[in-house]
Every structure is written in C-alpha cells, then in structure tokens.
Write a protein that binds this ligand. Structure first.
Ligand SMILES: Nc1ncnc2c1ncn2[C@@H]1O[C@H](COP(=O)(O)OP(=O)(O)O)[C@@H](O)[C@H]1O
Ligand SMILES: [Mg+2]
Length: 425
C-alpha cells in the first residue's frame, strides 16, 4: 500500500469535504450510504457531491461497495493517508513527502520535510494490513476485520507512539523528536543513522552493549518496558569529537507501540526478552559475550525515578485505549519486529498449509534502509545490507541456565560468528 501523494494537490475543497464526510460516516457504518455522505459533506448541489465521489473513487481514496441492502462507499487506507497528510500540511508540520525508507508489517515510513526544509519522518501505522500466513489465523483475522477497527486501532498505535515519545524525550531518553500526530500517523525527527541490524562491526561492542542494557534498566526505573527492544529498533549514529577526534556511537530508540508498563502482568517476561534480544545480537553479530549476568527486572525496579507509564495514561493514552490496543494486537498476533521473526519461524512449522495473503499486503517485511548513503563506511562501524532471519530467543535462552558448562559461554570472534550465522556483506 504505497502512499501516492501525486494527486493531493488536485483535490479541491469540496473533494476534501466529501472525503472527510466518508471518514465521519465510517465511524458507525462499515459501508457509508451515499446519501449520508452528501448529508455530512453538506454540499448544496447533489451533482457536485457525485462528481467529488467519482473523483475520489477514481484515485482510490474511497471505494464503492455493493451491499445486499444498499450501495455506498468505504474509506480506503489511501483516503485516510490523504486526510492525515492534509491535516499535517494545514498545520504546517509537513511540506513535502519523499522516499519511503521503511516497510514493516504494521507501518510505512517516509522521509518528509517541513516548510523550512527540516528533514522529518512520517510513520504511517497500518494495523489492519497484517496478512497472516496461516490459514487459521487468516480466518480469525478476516472475521474480525472491519474498517472501523483498522482505522481506530492504527490511530491508537499512533497516539500511543506519540505520547510515549513525548514523555521519553522530556526525560532525556534518546528517542526521535516528536513533532506531530494525526489519525494513524506520527511525524518525528529524522535520525540520520543505521539500524543496528545493518551494522556488522563496532569498535567497542562492550560499551555500546552496556549503554543499551542501561537504557533498558533506566526505562524500567521510569515505569516502562520497551517490549520490542532489538536490532531493528535501535538506530546507531556515529559522532566524532572535533577536538579529540574520538568517535562515539550514539543509540536512538524508536518504535513504541508495544511499550508496556512495569505493572503489566507479563512485565518481567517482556523485560527479559528485551535483554535477551540484545545479548543474543551482540553474541552473534559482534562475537561479544558479557561476563556479567542480568540485569534482572526485580533489581531494576527497586529504585523508581518516575512513573512515565502513569503520566502517559493521564495525558493522552488512557488505560482503556491501552487495553483495546493490547487486546487487538494480541488477537491479531502483532508482536513487533521480534514477532515478525517469530511468525516467519512458525511459517516453517506450518509447512503444507496454504498461503492466503490478503490483497492489501504489498509490503515486504524488513526492507528498511537508512536514509543516508549505505556506503558511508566509517571508522567505528561497518554497514551491511542484509536480510537474515534470526529467530526469537526461546524462553530457555532468556532464563539463565544453571548448568556448569553453560555458565562459561565462549566468546567467539566476529568473523567466526558471521561464518556461523551465514551473514554476507
Ligand atoms: N525517526 C527515524 N529516523 C530514521 N529512520 C527511521 C525513523 N523511524 C523509523 N525509521 C526507519 O524505519 C524502520 C521502521 O520503523 P519502526 O518505527 O521500527 O516501524 P515498524 O513498527 O514497522 O517496525 C526503522 O527500522 C528505521 O530504519
Ligand atoms: Mg520497528
């Protein structure tokens, strides 16, 4: 589902009114009856409305649905994208939209720019588009699909992401600058960096590792667990100190729709999984194994600095919204980037079952590339373009094993680690 902004400037005020009316109508109508669109748009001439409707349908912003009871239209994802972009443009947050830099199962990421030419990122949440590859899951999914739910749930994900980004940024966490949120979209600052997944080598893995783990602990001390803290969602930037020439690696954390409170029933599981993802990635990619155990969830929450989870709940993302989104994600198997890997694994187990991809599913998972030139190799990092399928660590990886032989895990060289895992540069 590509965002095609080409037509946006050809839409007149009446087209926008009709599009907005279709959105309003779809809050309580799966298929919005044409007379209702006319009424909500409050455009005098009936023929004017019809012309707008046919314009919008032609460019795919609304779609005609023939229903047993009546004919009408539904808003498409494209239509919702246009409405959100229109609002961002009116509010002067977004002036132009550029290349797509990321495609996930649940979102599309575009570079965009403000009026003053500041580079930004537009993240479009697309919760309903997940295509389950197993027939059973697909059936459940189709049963639960309604336009109201995909629109609402994608908006919830955007609201959640924006509220957490604001709260974290305020407390000095390394997250992108939150700029605006509208409907199912979030506008944020562009981080000119590579996801850690694309980095094959770092000069000093130990200090980066320590910094990432201390971020997990610090988040817990602020009442939060990222829930999807892994090499996809950590961007690594290089900063050179002009005076000393020393290069430091600066991580930025992104992707917050999975964030959970430390009061969540499975908080410890998510915390341990976040830690295990980093441990495992450092072992496999950089051949680095820490000689320190933990950190543990219970130790981390011994001293609480502030409860951002409670703060966010009070500001824009209520407990009720959190529950709704949580339930939807669970029901639909949304489990972040880590979950994406897990689904791939399950796929293999489900061999023999028919693939039943949804017509809307055009996105390939994990084709994210950095906005900057992939050839800017620098002293501290080696960047690679890769697609691999590291499976999620199993619970036995997460829980420390008290087997004497397992306690002295050998640290292997990066080269050996790469050879073992079959990575290519
Ligand atoms: N603020 C940003 N600056 C630079 N790149 C970004 C930014 N946000 C997202 N990206 C890129 O887009 C990819 C997907 O973004 P993410 O927020 O993790 O979405 P998803 O929910 O689909 O995983 C990231 O891996 C990263 O490459
Ligand atoms: Mg992500």
């Amino acid at each position: 589902m590509k965002l095609n902004v080409k037509n946006i400037r050809y839409l007149g005020p009446d087209d926008w009114r009709v599009l907005t009316a279709t959105e309003q109508g779809s809050r309580n109508h799966e298929v919005v009856p044409t007379p209702l669109i006319s009424q909500l748009a409050s455009i005098r001439s009936g023929s004017g409305v019809n012309k707008c409707i046919s314009n919008l349908a032609k460019i795919g912003l609304i779609a005609k649905v023939k229903n047993a009871k009546y004919d009408g239209y539904r808003l498409t994802y494209g239509g919702l994208d246009y409405l959100a972009l229109h609002s961002h443009t009116k509010a002067s947050t977004v002036y132009s939209v550029g290349n797509q830099i990321g495609v996930g199962k649940e979102s599309d990421i575009y570079v965009c720019a403000s009026e003053t030419g500041k580079q930004l990122v537009l993240k479009i949440h697309r919760l309903g588009r997940i295509s389950f590859r197993t027939v059973k899951a697909n059936r459940d999914y189709l049963r639960n699909r309604s336009s109201a739910s995909w629109m609402y749930m994608s908006r919830l994900a955007a609201v959640k992401e924006f509220e957490f980004m604001k709260a974290l940024r305020k407390e000095g966490f390394p997250v992108p600058e939150p700029v605006a949120q509208n409907r199912h979209t979030v506008v944020m600052g562009l981080i000119d960096a590579f996801p850690m997944r694309q980095i094959s080598n770092v000069g000093d893995p130990a200090s980066l590792y320590a910094e990432l783990l201390s971020l997990i602990v610090r988040l817990a001390q602020y009442g939060l667990i990222h829930g999807d803290f892994n090499e996809f969602n950590i961007l690594i930037e290089e900063k050179t100190n002009e005076e000393t020439g020393k290069v430091t690696l600066i991580p930025t954390i992104i992707d917050f729709p999975q964030m959970v409170s430390i009061d969540h029933t499975n908080a410890e599981y998510y915390f341990d999984r976040d830690v295990a993802c980093i441990k495992r990635f450092f072992e496999r990619r950089f051949g680095f194994t820490s000689d320190e155990p933990g950190p543990s969830f219970n130790d981390s929450i011994k001293s609480i600095t502030k409860r951002l989870d409670v703060e966010v709940e009070a500001s824009g993302f209520s407990k009720k919204m959190a529950k709704e989104l949580d339930a939807y994600m669970k029901e639909h198997g949304v489990d972040g980037d880590a979950g994406e890997i897990k689904r791939d694994d399950e796929d293999e187990l489900d061999e023999g079952e028919e693939e039943d991809d949804d017509e809307q599913d055009e996105g390939e998972a994990d084709t994210s590339t950095s906005p900057s030139n992939a050839h800017t190799l620098t002293s501290q990092m080696t960047i690679l373009e890769l697609r691999d399928n590291d499976p999620l660590p199993s619970l036995s990886d997460i829980k420390p094993q008290f087997h004497p032989a397992a306690s002295i895990a050998p640290s292997i060289s990066t080269k050996a680690a790469k050879a073992k895992a079959g990575w290519a540069i």
